[in-house]
Design a protein around this ligand. Sequence first.
Ligand code: ADP
Length: 330
Amino acid sequence: AGTPRIFSGIKPTGHLTLGNYLGAVRQWVETDQHRADALFCVVDLHALTVDHDPARVRRLSRQAATLLLAAGLRPELCTLFVQSHVDEHTRLAYLMECTATDGEMRRMIQYKEKAARERATGGSVRLSLLTYPVLMAADILAYRADEVPVGDDQAQHVELTRDLAERFNQRYGHTFTIPRAVLPAAAARVMDLQDPTAKMGKSHAETSGIVYLLDEPDSVRRKIMRAVTDSGSKVAHDRDEQPGVTNLLEILGACTSRKPVELAEQYSSYGALKKDTAEAVLEVLRPVRERHAELCADPGYVDGVLRAGAQRARGLARPTVDAAYRAIGL
Ligand code: ADP
């Protein structure tokens, strides 16, 4: 009972995409911050798991925080902060490394995919890419979060977090709350417009398949009008047979609060579907872009929000992490 505690994060590995917005941020703004004690974190340590540029990470962290405020997070309702400002995350991550197993880490789908991609391009895999889910578990458990609103791609990491919390509690006494993933009702997985079998991801190289929240309206229109559809001409909601059309229906549905399956019946041409999808997306993005521009003119405000957020987060995390250190024998 009582107000649930929510934790969720976003990595500053690229510019925020429509997928981040529809899959995560919109729920944070419209629902989560009103119904729960919600903590939202720009998880900058997680941005160091792959090849990175220091100045870019710093710039993207600030941009992500600014965009989250622009999207409608209100500091009087929720706690917004940057992960590296709160030492408790890395302190607890070590204890989680001592709780997780090597095999468990290597089974994570995201690790397998990202490690394969690194290797394919001749890069080396950072150890932190393997241990990423352990740090993510610490992010969540440090706040005794009840719920973790995430897109479908993060569900496996939240499952792992539950396993680690249960294992720790069993071995060393009750310390952590067992969290659960909460997936969005719609658009849990927005796909790339040029490759609708792949997730629209901000960490990927910039392509015309990705809509960014700060894209110019003309660019958004162009990207959506050029989206890959399917060889037929029927508009059907069918993820396997018509992934491109289905992705557009999902996006349009999420932007207009309509059911994608019902929308499918209303369209007989791809052109009309794309046009309406583009306009619906622009409608959703316009206020975010406008407020982002206003907030950029007032960097002191964003700094103040992040400072206060880190202070509150520290106060919540420290007693839990201290308790975990005692429980494990330190
Ligand atoms: P990314 O994969 O874009 O780097 P993050 O790992 O920072 O994104 O995730 C931030 C949030 O956005 C997570 O809750 C994640 O599940 C969600 N998310 C990311 N991409 C998508 C997508 N294409 N569709 C739906 N949700 C997404």
